[in-house]
Design a protein around this ligand. Structure first.
Ligand code: HEM
Length: 423
């Protein structure tokens, strides 16, 4: 259903804050602003109104030469995810333009024929489908020690914000992904951050070619040296090395940022909810799995998805509900619209770890053939960090005490959250 001028303006108004916050690296000043004005809630309201007006049919937003289809019914969204990578390729123009700045051969932006070996390498390296990665015993100690360091620092200083743990958590990421040899190479992730900052501007700024080449060279050396107990070392042993591997690992480092953000948000919720914190603290788990803590992490990323929009692009002209979509039509799934969709008997604005999503589409890690192959690694590492944090201290909110109660705020700027620690 192509939108008229007024509805196009409304749709653009709902999409703009998602872009402004930074698709690739959260812009530090704009994310707290989005929080204050609860931009996500306004955006979701707009999509709900459009859904009512157009009987839940997908709407087509025409932006100059670019057509963007926004599905508004859950069945349409599921069909798009199931129909990836063809005819709905994940390598949309926006994503290609952005990720190209630091991972030119990443699977997510690869042409469809080039995807299979890159996807297979990722799955082999990340043990996709296995809740506990086979290298987990090697990096388990790192997670516990780093959580202890954070708790200790909080106990000494009283309270902590994300900035206080930012560098340490990058060290954790480098060690888990690349082994102890990369632990102290802060330059590696600093360079990545600089490239990601440019990536926010997608194709509007040229690639910093020399900087990117230097970053990828540095990363490739780490991949070659990666210990077998790291993700990259496991990948190299399981599926070999190739020139494309460096781009895949560049994606991992980028994507682990979302895990760090989710960790901090989950800690904020537990700090505000002492009874749930006690349950997490008491969880013993079996076979390396911590089901409740994992569910807390999953619920956090449902409530505040780190991938604000899942983008697709048609690879050929595609018939959709009686309308033919041109090749190259963009498809936009707005995560917050789906994750908190009202369904009977289930409050999407409540924090309920382990909830049954019912008919709701909950896709923080996407779904279908392009589902995040790092999902299990994320849930494992983040839940272990979180569990170790609450075992090492009792946390309470230094900011955001309202997280104690439902409804949850529609967005949560992790950089604004501070938590206090006591014994
Ligand atoms: C909270 C953390 C994370 C979230 C929420 C997340 C979410 C996602 C989502 C939504 C996609 C699909 C995007 C799309 O459909 O267009 C994706 C793809 C991907 N993710 Fe993650 N991710 C996370 C962390 C990670 C980590 C840590 C790794 C690796 C260690 C990883 C590896 C990948 C790869 C390789 C892809 C591309 C898959 C493909 O194109 O087939 N992700 N992730």
């Amino acid at each position: 259903m192509p939108l008229g001028a007024a509805d196009t303006a409304r749709a653009v108004g709902a999409l703009a804050p998602l872009v402004a916050q930074g698709a690739i690296l959260r812009r530090p000043r704009l994310t707290p602003l989005a929080d204050r004005v609860q931009a996500d809630a306004h955006g979701v309201g707009t999509w709900r109104r459009l859904a009512r007006r157009y009987d839940d049919r997908p709407v087509l937003v025409r932006l100059g030469v670019r057509d963007l289809l926004v599905p508004l019914h859950v069945d349409d969204a599921r069909a798009v995810l199931a129909g990836s990578p063809e005819p709905f390729s994940p390598a949309s123009a926006e994503k290609r333009g952005a990720l190209h700045h630091f991972q030119p051969d990443g699977v997510l932006i690869s042409p469809v024929p080039a995807r299979p070996p890159r996807r297979a390498w990722n799955e082999a390296a990340l043990d996709t489908g296995h809740p506990v990665h086979s290298a987990a015993p090697h990096f388990g100690e790192t997670l516990t020690a780093d959580a202890a360091w954070i708790a200790d620092r909080a106990l000494r200083h009283g309270d902590l914000g994300f900035d206080d743990v930012d560098d340490l958590l990058w060290g954790t990421v480098r060690e888990v992904a690349l082994g102890p040899g990369a632990r102290h190479d802060a330059r590696l992730t600093d360079e990545l951050q600089a490239l990601r900052m440019r990536a926010n501007w997608s194709g509007l700024v040229p690639v910093a070619a020399r900087r990117r080449a230097a970053f990828l060279r540095r990363l490739h050396e780490h991949v070659l040296d990666a210990a077998p107990g790291s993700l990259a070392g496991h990948g190299r042993d399981a599926a070999g090395d190739s020139s494309m591997v460096t781009s895949q690992v560049a994606h991992w480092l980028f994507a682990f940022d979302a895990a760090r953000i989710t960790l901090w948000r989950a800690l904020a919720v537990l700090a505000a909810r002492p009874a749930l914190q006690d349950e997490v603290r008491a969880e013993e788990g079996t076979d390396g799995m911590l089901p409740l803590t994992r569910a807390v992490v999953e619920e956090t990323v449902r409530a505040w998805p780190t991938t604000l929009v899942i983008l697709r692009e048609t690879t050929r002209s595609t018939l959709w509900g009686g309308t033919t979509l041109r090749t190259g039509t963009g498809v936009v799934l707005v995560s917050s619209y789906w994750h908190r969709e009202p369904v009977p008997g289930d409050d999407g604005d409540a924090f309920r770890p382990g909830r049954d999503p019912g008919g709701r589409l909950v896709v923080p890690f996407s779904a279908g053939p392009v589902v995040c192959p790092g999902r299990d690694v994320v849930l494992h590492t983040t839940s272990h960090l979180l569990a170790s944090l609450v075992r090492a201290a009792r946390w309470s909110p230094a900011t955001h005490p309202h997280l104690a109660h439902d409804p949850l705020p529609s967005s949560l700027a992790h950089t604004a959250v501070r938590v206090s620690a006591g014994r």
